[in-house]
Design a protein around this ligand. Structure first.
Ligand SMILES: [Zn+2]
Length: 398
């Protein structure tokens, strides 16, 4: 399958250091992006599908690095099926599990947490709800896990480990486990802030700095924030990723964004939703946090998009998140929402409006073209200018 996306008004690269790419066309072949910028008429003609973006803006598919995955496209917390496919309509093309803690009756012993992580990883290895890539299988750190367990998990394909919900006496007990998980090559993550489930204690700056996981999960609070003074410490005294989540404290999201900019740490600043949780299912959560940062937080909208795409990809070692040749072809077309006051997607975000999604391509396949079933309609008209595959791409009709 070859796709050509033409007539783009702007291309947001996902790289915050160089956030806008020149040109108006993107070509994909197979699952990858082949070129970004310009293309010959012959190359466009040779595509199986040509999407005329009508002046809309292309951004990389959003990567939500904190989703409460269980099994299948089902959230036990909100007893709802199909939420991941719904997130795809909010521009999310990759979801990363925040560990499978919401599985009813989740195991708490060493063998159980290992089996859960491997099973979750396997169940999403080729299952893509609505076309979304799901990276699942994050081992929940429980006392008793040893070096060789992490080596075994890494060998089995598990890439993630999560501290914060284990039966430890204090959060300092995670320190050796995080070190062992890191040594085995896992990406380590840690709950931050007040406890979100009964029995787990608050995790603050001092715990994080001793543990030094790769990612401070919902550093703005999940949903309760750690002390304000700890933000600057974590930013200045560590290299961990600073994940801000929609289902957290908005004031500390903005505080963290400002401090990350001030201290030259924007590379580590990443956006996620931390949903579905008690706060609900939020298919547009990523778009809301982008708009909050761009309108209230002095973060340029194209940089907020980078924090939701390329920066997540870098932290989680994914070959997506950027509109650049060789990257996985996850592309979202966005626009100013119909009926608003702004003229394009980036100005809408800066204005505090969420962007309207007009099309989603994942791994080189158009999942829908027309309008998202969750965002407002787009201002501009998008159309499939050429289609040589037997498929209805206007999937927004249901
Ligand atoms: Zn969470």
């Amino acid at each position: 399958m070859k796709i050509a996306v033409t007539n783009l008004g702007a291309i947001v690269s996902g790289d915050w250091r160089n956030p806008i790419a020149a040109g108006d066309t993107i070509l994909t072949e197979g699952g990858s992006i082949v070129s970004v910028g310009t293309a010959s008429a012959a190359a466009v003609e040779a595509a199986d599908v040509v999407i005329d973006a009508g002046g809309m803006t292309a951004i990389p598919g959003l990567i939500d690095s904190h989703v409460h995955i269980t099994f299948g496209d089902y959230t036990p917390r909100q007893r709802t099926v199909g939420y991941l496919e719904s997130y795809l309509h909010g521009g999310v093309t990759t979801s990363i599990s925040a560990s499978e803690v919401h599985v009813p009756g989740r195991p708490r012993d060493v063998q159980g947490v290992k089996a859960l992580a491997v099973a979750a990883q396997r169940c999403f290895a080729s299952y893509r709800p609505g076309g979304m890539r799901v990276i699942a299988g994050s081992v929940i750190l429980e006392p008793g896990l040893r070096k060789e367990d992490f080596v075994e998990l890494a060998g089995a394909g598990v890439t993630l480990a999560k501290a914060g919900f284990g039966a430890v006496k204090t959060a300092y007990d995670y320190v050796p486990m995080v070190a062992d998980a890191k040594a085995a090559g896992l990406i380590t993550t840690c709950h931050t802030g007040g406890s979100s489930i009964p029995g787990s204690g608050a995790i603050t700056g001092d715990h994080l700095l001793k543990m030094h996981p790769h990612v401070s999960f919902h550093i703005n609070g999940g949903p309760t924030a750690m002390p304000d003074a700890d933000f600057e410490r974590v930013i200045k005294e560590s290299t961990m990723a600073l994940q801000v989540c929609t289902a957290g404290n908005l004031r500390t999201t903005l505080l963290c964004g400002r401090l990350a900019m001030q201290h030259g740490a924007f590379d580590r600043f990443i956006i996620a939703t931390d949903t579905p949780t008690g706060s609900g299912i939020m298919p547009l959560g990523m778009l809301y946090t982008i708009a909050h940062l761009a309108s209230l937080g002095d973060v340029a909208p194209e940089l907020a998009v980078a924090a939701a795409t390329g920066s997540n990809a870098r932290v989680y070692r994914l070959n997506s998140g950027f509109l650049a040749p060789g990257k996985i072809a996850d592309i979202v077309l966005v626009d100013a929402p119909d009926g608003g006051t702004q003229s394009d997607a980036l100005s809408a975000m800066r204005h505090g409006d969420i962007a309207a999604v007009g099309a989603v391509v994942t791994r080189g396949e158009a999942r829908f073209v027309g309008r998202s079933r969750n965002t407002p309609g787009t201002t501009r008209k998008i159309r499939v200018a050429q289609c040589n595959v037997p498929r209805d791409l206007t999937g927004a009709r249901h």
